[in-house]
Design a protein around this ligand. Structure first.
Ligand SMILES: [Zn+2]
Length: 176
């Protein structure tokens, strides 16, 4: 199950790929969209609070509709009234849903909530070993840090590559 490092970097990568050339040197929108890429996992809070007995993870916050709604809310909070902004914020959020759909080892994500509660997953071979120790809090922390570092090594180059390509394209279009 991907951790916040992978989700944040992927959300930022999607946003960097889709944003307008005029924004290619602005980092603040990327941080916001990286945060949106992590948001669906705040359903853990509902589990910790034991609301309705738990079992919320990978539920409604991992649906396409939730990503669209969050995109609309984010665009209105930041005063951006363009459809393009809603698409950008939604895409950053839905990248989380799709990565979990591809990589989760759980029973799947509720992609099409509220139309169906069925959980979907692809169960592709996972390139990262997401098992961590239950022996002690220290050992679990070490394992989570190790996994986060591996995610950083995989997903940070993707973000850097997207940013670099967008800058080259922006330069090219200015020169043309
Ligand atoms: Zn998730």
């Amino acid at each position: 199950m991907p951790l916040p490092v992978a989700h944040g970097l992927l959300g930022a990568s999607v946003a960097a790929a889709l944003r307008q050339s005029s924004q290619s040197r602005q980092w603040r929108p990327l941080w916001i969209r990286a945060f949106l890429g992590v948001c669906p996992d705040f359903d853990y809070v509902l589990n910790w609070l034991q609301i309705s007995g738990g079992g919320w993870h990978h539920g409604f916050t991992h649906s396409i509709l939730f990503a669209l709604l969050l995109g609309m809310i984010a665009a209105s909070v930041f005063g951006e009234k363009k459809v393009r902004s809603v698409i950008l914020y939604s895409a950053a959020t839905v990248s989380h849903t799709l990565l979990d759909f591809l990589m989760t080892e759980s029973r799947g994500v509720a992609l099409w909530w509220p139309f169906t509660d069925h959980r979907y997953k692809l169960s592709l071979p996972n390139p990262i070993d997401y098992t961590w120790s239950n022996v002690s809090l220290w050992q679990a922390t070490v394992d989570v840090l190790r996994i986060s570092l591996i995610e950083l090594m995989i997903f940070a180059p993707i973000l850097l590559l997207v940013v670099l390509v967008r800058r080259l394209l922006a330069k090219h279009s200015v020169a043309a």
